[in-house]
Design a protein around this ligand. Structure first.
Ligand SMILES: [Zn+2]
Length: 430
């Protein structure tokens, strides 16, 4: 298959390929930082959070609803875009036969967990959720009485920081780099998709042609002409012809590598999809944990990143494209080899080396809730293993598409990425 066809196939699989890696995390670790031991702290009645001293646990906001004397409490850090919401429905005392159900706006039942004190559920508010409120229908039966109510939880708007990234265009790093000529931009002008592009793919598993062509709001009017001046172009054409013959053998070898590379990322994509299709039992307990023993954010969750790709043509920096992507996770500093902890109880459903995410662990917490830990130097757990909040699952590293040692932590609730740090304001109990 001609190389450019591979490339378009690659684009169909990973529309973010024209983007770069993670310069936000490239801060030099000039200071050793303060790696410490975490300690268990209390939140609410029974929640315990294993966290470093430099992490302050924010008390949640709380909303209370009532239906015929039955109480529902909703908790969230801010009820803002990107936050997790925790809901409890409290079983009334001395009642036999108590059942509660929650439905979303479209009438779809939500997966409540029944406990001995009532029901609980975690709900996501997407970072780009444009609803003004979460609308729920609450139905219940208490003994022989049946009740129904509409619940509205207002969503607070949040503005996320924006950053500018410059990415030098080169070929896939595990393949031999090729000379970049004026016309070859679309062919060889691919760099890395970072973890957030991979995640945006999860939300958007089959990109349309439109998305492929202009995958960011600013892409279409900023696709720059990658050709140099006519004179430059002539020189490049001549250079190209000269190197064409001797390049043929290398070309074939490189095509084989590219084909293998494609097989690899296609496999990894399907592994990720399989994981996210799981519907495990609710495993979350009243234990939660910070994923690190030092709290230092190098890139916040949902920072929108204007990614500008460029290359050098005859010593001139030439822009070859730009687009806006969202950082669906939080980057936390750490020296290689320092611990990574499971943020909640769950089962390891992925623990392997991946092209973009590096050494990547996904923990299934049940009911469509997954946490992900990327770029680790070392994996300490295996698929199938049950882990507890605060259990060491690996070490911080700089593997995959990462430009400096850090942990990228992600949290997904039934397909919606949320800020993992908003979890630590929730008085979750079993
Ligand atoms: Zn990140």
């Amino acid at each position: 298959m001609p190389r450019h066809l591979y490339f378009f196939l690659l684009l169909a699989l990973f529309p973010g390929l024209l983007l770069g890696n993670d310069p936000d995390s490239s801060h030099k670790l000039s200071q050793p930082g303060s790696e410490k031991k975490n300690s268990w702290r209390k939140l609410g009645q029974s929640t315990r959070i294993f966290a470093p001293d430099d992490f302050s646990i924010e008390e949640p906001e709380q909303l209370t609803f009532k239906l015929e004397g039955v109480r529902m409490d909703a908790y969230s850090r801010d009820f803002a875009q990107g936050d997790v919401v925790y809901i409890e429905i409290l079983r009334p005392a001395k009642v036999h036969g108590f059942y509660s159900y929650l439905y979303d706006k479209d009438g779809k039942p939500l997966p409540l967990t029944r406990t001995n004190w009532g029901y609980r559920i975690l709900l996501p508010i997407g970072a780009q959720d444009e609803r003004e409120k979460i609308e729920l229908t609450w139905k219940q039966s208490v003994g022989d009485r049946f009740g129904q109510a509409r619940i509205e939880i207002p969503i607070n708007e949040k503005s996320f920081p924006q950053t500018r990234w410059y990415n030098r265009v080169s070929f896939f790093p595990d393949l031999a780099p090729r000379e970049v000529g004026g016309e070859e931009t679309s062919d060889s002008g691919a760099e890395s998709a970072s973890e957030d592009e991979v995640q945006s793919l999860e939300q958007n598993p089959s990109p349309t042609e439109d998305q492929m062509a202009s995958s960011g709001p600013e892409a279409e009017n900023t696709e720059l002409d990658a050709h140099g001046s006519p004179a430059q172009e002539k020189t490049l054409m001549a250079q190209k012809q000269e190197s064409e013959e001797e390049g043929l053998a290398a070309e074939e070898e490189s095509e084989e590598k590219l084909s293998n590379f494609m097989k690899k990322i296609t496999l990894e994509k399907s592994l990720r999809s399989q994981v996210f299709e799981r519907k495990g039992n609710d495993l979350i307990t009243s234990r939660l944990s910070h994923p690190r023993n030092m709290h230092y954010i190098t890139s916040q969750c949902f920072t929108s990143r204007l990614k500008i790709s460029y290359k050098y043509v005859n010593g001139q920096k030439v822009e070859v494209g730009r687009r806006v992507v969202m950082h669906n996770g939080v980057d936390l500093r750490g020296r290689p080899g320092t611990p990574v902890y499971a943020i909640a109880d769950g089962q390891v459903v992925l623990a392997r080396s991946m092209h973009f995410e590096g050494n990547f662990t996904i923990i299934d917490h049940g009911l469509g809730i997954f946490s992900g830990y990327m770029h680790q130097s070392n994996l300490k757990v295996q698929v199938g293993q049950y882990v507890q909040a605060g259990e060491r699952i690996g070490d911080v590293g700089n593997t995959g598409y990462s430009t400096g040692p850090h942990l990228h932590l992600a949290l997904w609730i039934r397909g919606v990425p949320v800020d993992p740090l908003s979890l630590y304001s929730l008085p979750i109990r079993e």
